[in-house]
Design a protein around this ligand. Structure first.
Ligand SMILES: *Cc1c(COP(=O)(O)O)cnc(C)c1O
Length: 379
């Protein structure tokens, strides 16, 4: 059915949601323009959609890169980014403590496709150098690691990759571009799970990868072929959430500092992992590389799994949620969630104690959160 739309006589203050899977053309000439990639000419939403493209422009600006590609999840963005650079017979060097999904992709799936991954202690840059082979096509690290909050030295890693001409890709999900922009420290590709801080309201699953125009363009065909697209509505929600990203990050960080200091003083707490504490092994690095120390922390409660279970059961306001970056403070238990696929021995080797509880500091009043942990630790 042909319907002509009345042209608007004023602009909407908020960009509309282009909730359409396909676009209509008035002439063959228009079709040619759209398929020729002319700016503003769209064909089919798996190839591109104005609401998604608007988000890509914003994200590239936030991460200070030339271009961005938005995908259906953080994992989709990561997989597309890595697979656009690596194929059968290639080799990747990755940090040994990684998000569980990334670990599974690299270890379980890539080995089937003939992509070899060496996991190294990326905090020790010489280990990364030692692992380089003639077929190494990528170095992959997280800005702040999960769940022990180790901070990667991006400028030293960038110096290594520059020496060898190997791209450096950084998962910046725990930091967000408010705290750290890896491209400014020399990273070629930056990946974000938009599901976490960038959307920040626990109601969207999406991801993005940012980099030079050339690198991002190489990913577009893979992205279209995999069909790992984000819905226009979800893209619009993330775009809306980005307006408060800086304010939210400030409050997440403020609450994380308060809670880290509070927990460090509790007799039942054996250790607190937070880059903002002076005792953290990369405290000085975090101070130079990040504008604040982040909203994520973890701590070891005495009593192993039993102790962790007591705390989690007793928390009143703080939910057990195996994700992060939402408005409410949440806890997770790495040994039973993200790292449950590992053997107990491997967890011990990485320093993931059975009593380790990970906290995503929310936006509430900081004293309320500390009070909840105080009563939960009184078992
Ligand atoms: C959540 C997360 C991912 C994966 O993102 P999804 O949106 O869940 O696919 C990758 N890396 C880190 C550090 C994460 O926290």
């Amino acid at each position: 059915m042909k319907r002509s739309m009345q042209p608007l006589r004023s602009r909407p203050a908020v960009p509309p949601i282009y909730q359409t899977s396909v676009f209509a053309f008035d002439s063959l000439e228009q079709v040619d323009q759209a398929f020729g990639g002319e700016a503003g000419a769209f064909v089919y939403s798996r190839y591109g959609n104005p609401s998604v493209q608007a988000l890509e422009v914003t994200l590239a600006h936030l991460e200070r890169t030339e271009a961005a590609l938005v995908a259906s999840s953080g994992m989709a963005a990561l997989a597309i980014g890595v697979l656009s650079l690596c194929g059968q017979g290639d080799h990747i060097i990755a940090a040994q403590d990684l998000y569980g999904g990334t670990q599974a992709l690299f270890q379980r799936d890539f080995s089937r496709w003939g992509i070899d991954v060496t996991f190294v202690d990326a905090l020790n840059v010489s280990r990364v150098e030692d692992a380089i082979r003639p077929n190494t096509k990528l170095i992959f690290v997280e800005t702040i690691s999960n769940p022990l909050m180790k901070v990667a030295d991006l400028s030293r890693l960038a110096a290594v990759k520059r020496g060898f001409g190997i791209p450096l890709m950084v998962d910046n999900t725990f930091a967000s571009p408010v705290l750290c922009r890896p491209s400014e420290w020399g990273a070629d590709l930056v990946m974000e799970s938009l599901t976490k801080y960038l959307n920040g309201h626990s109601d969207v699953t999406a991801g993005a990868i940012m980099g030079s125009k050339g690198l991002i363009e190489r990913m577009r065909s893979l992205h279209t072929d995999f069909g790992a697209v984000t819905s226009p509505f979800d893209a619009w929600l993330v775009q809306r959430s980005l307006q408060t990203l800086k304010l939210r990050m400030q409050q997440h960080c403020r609450n994380a500092v308060l809670l880290a200091e509070f927990l460090a003083a509790q007799p039942k707490v054996m250790k607190v992992h937070y880059p903002g504490l002076p005792g953290h092994p990369q405290h000085a690095l975090a101070a130079t590389q990040m504008s604040a120390y982040g909203g994520m922390l973890s701590f070891v409660v005495e009593g192993g799994c039993y102790g962790a279970a007591q705390v989690i059961k007793r928390l009143q306001r703080v939910d057990f949620v195996p994700s992060l970056g939402g408005t409410s403070t949440t806890v997770s238990h790495p040994a039973k969630t993200s790292h449950r696929g590992m053997t107990g021995m491997d967890r011990v080797r990485l320093g993931i104690d059975d009593g380790l509880i990970r906290v995503s500091a929310g936006l509430e009043d900081g004293d309320d959160i500390s009070a909840d942990f105080a009563q939960a630790l009184a078992w």
